[in-house]
Design a protein around this ligand. Sequence first.
Ligand SMILES: O=P(O)(O)OC[C@H]1O[C@H](OP(=O)(O)OP(=O)(O)O)[C@H](O)[C@@H]1O
Ligand code: HPA
Length: 184
Amino acid sequence: MDAADMGDDLERVLLTEEQLGVRLDEMAAQIDADYAGKSVLLVGVLKGAVMVMADLARRLHCQVDMDWMAVSSYGSGTKSSGVVRILKDLDADLHGRHVLIVEDIIDSGLTLSWLLSNLRSRGPESVEIATMLRKPDAAKVEVDVRYVGFEIPNEFVVGFGLDYGERYRNLPFVGTLAPHVYSH
Ligand SMILES: O=P(O)(O)OC[C@H]1O[C@H](OP(=O)(O)OP(=O)(O)O)[C@H](O)[C@@H]1O
Ligand code: HPA
């Protein structure tokens, strides 16, 4: 899918495929340096993190295992409370592991804040976070994030794994949607 497939649904491109690729190269180099000689367990948070995980993992030279979690808030009314439900748990035992959570976006920070304390309680050697995008102005809770691709304005974005009603995840860039899309 590209911009032409979106007709007039695309408002503007925030980050091009090339910009994302360049930043992923830099993030991977930093992660390789930080985890030199160590084995890393990448934990992807479904579904949005699939693209970041695939593109980041392929750039890493350090020893990597991959695992996945699916989480859901208990409904929009309680999302702000940070109450999260596990839909699919990890297969891996975290004892003694160096865990790197891979996310597409940190918006309010509530999902990651919950996930961080959940994974920390499982006895890992370390837990860090890598996210492609972060909206600093939307933060309801501060999360200590080791690797951030881009800080973006507090606008709803799609593409590179991010959806609106499950659509647009397969856009290779990150963009905003025209207002008429939301009124459908
Ligand atoms: O910082 P927060 O405000 O908690 O938002 C960030 C979370 O929201 C998105 O997931 P979403 O619940 O949309 O699920 P998805 O990945 O399946 O699209 C994103 O992938 C993060 O997990
Ligand atoms: O801006 C966003 N776009 C899509 N999904 C999201 N989940 C949290 N923030 C966003």
